[in-house]
Design a protein around this ligand. Sequence first.
Ligand code: ZN
Length: 578
Amino acid sequence: MTNERHTRREFLGIAGAGVAGAATGACFDSVPLGQSNEVNKDPQSADLVVYNAKVYTIDDGAPGAEALAIKGGRFTLVGSNESAKRLMGKGTQTLDAKLMTIVPGFIDCHNHAGGNILLYEVLVGNPFTVEFVTIASIIEKLRAKAQATPPGFWVDGYFFDDTKVKDSRQLNVHDLDQVSKDHPVVVHHRGGHTSFYNSKALELANINKNTPNPAGGTYDRDATGELNGRITDRARSVFEKVGKRATFTEEQKQQRNRDGLAHISKEFTRFGLTSVHHEGGDLFALQQVRARGELRHRVSYEVSGSMLEAMITNGIVTGFGDEWIKLGATSEHTADGSFSERTMAISRPYLDITPPYKGNVTETQEDLNAWVERVHRASIQVNCHANGDVAIDMVLTAYERAQKLYPLPDPRPKITHCTLINDDLLKRIKACGAVPAPFTTYAYYNTDKFHFYGEDFMKRSMAYRSFLDAGIPAAAGSDFSPGPFAPLMGIQGMVTRTGWNGQTWGANQRISVDEALRVTTLNGAYASFEEKIKGSIAAGKLADFVILAEDPHVVDKEKIKDIEIVRTVTGGTTVYQA
Ligand SMILES: [Zn+2]
């Protein structure tokens, strides 16, 4: 046990750093990450005191403080250096924050948390930030993978972004033919709705230039009518049945899922996230990662499919679990297409597309009503994905109907993305108490795509200003992998509405640094009914916080995303240190 503890401490680089995690003894079966086994037995003194800090608490009662005291994984005091020093006893760890900034741990309310892909797959784009790549680099990475892969087996590339390519042209079938003629090759767009294939893949799937487009998808063609390799949405399903794929034993699958989750947990805390709403994933592996002391962030686990059925059938409701892994809302139930890949359902045709195209509605109102009512009646928090104004209207119609048929005192239905709004939708969102979770990093990361919609639409998109002015507690939803999850990049985008390319879109939706911090912390806690236990720095709440090298209120607003995360602390335990 001693050895194991030592290893973990070294692993985190905190040995001798003057602070270690508090002994919470609360949530883990095993010793939590970075936690000391030496429980501070003095009831009067704190486990950890952080002083000389510039604390933004996001607590209206006491917005600022100099010091924090923590015991049993919770804040016991938030106040002056003087008052905190009184809680220092023999067993107390202390940390001089040297006037650095402390904010509550960040909360991401929509994340696909694909750790396995980050860990095991070929990444042809940068998952975390804006980086332009060359088509040659994509070919080279995939060629290396093909050389290590038996012929006939798939070669996959992930995190491609069509507007982050130095060559300023679309990736195509000829590029991917240079990877291999003996392997089916595919490059997946990070948005999740389009993919690019080589000739071998097309041949195996028996797709040629005369193949008609199926419902809900397209085989795209170049100017001469030949297939260009880009295939969208449902047209991709034929590829699932062809070619060979690596197979894994149950044990290997579990191992990969555990390692993937442990890996992404590390990545989350590196960026300051202490709570993440997971879109499904392997719940068994998640619990094992936790038991091993490798879960660094708290999980609101969002269910779908057989697990949602099991909850409904067995009377399990939102909130089941504990402070580390808790059943949250449902996974996003999809009502329309994608914002970044331009398939969301909008009320006027897209610019420059003929014949006129208004995006994809992916479910009938009738089916949506039935699904929402069933989940709502089971007292499970409903969560629908709706990007376009048409889809948001449909989702609200279903929420209003369910609430009328079966009133619940505080249902807080989530609207994931809730991208394009208008005044009428705003009123209805407010009236039914829905919680939108708009894209966070898009305002910085995806400005190269906003001309597809135009300024008129961007004034009403990712409408944080409108939501807050209407008294709607909008939360932050990165939608990783489509968007990077870095909370500071998200905050910068909310504050500036200016992207990596210097373009500003929908400046009317700017919010202040304080507001953006609240969106990314306390409002996230509200979205999972946990605002009483986390989301702000106040005595009694879980000791989740981040130490920043610089104050986002003070630095140049265009540099907020570059502020160094010095330390991330979950439940009083240091889970990341720069
Ligand atoms: Zn999503």
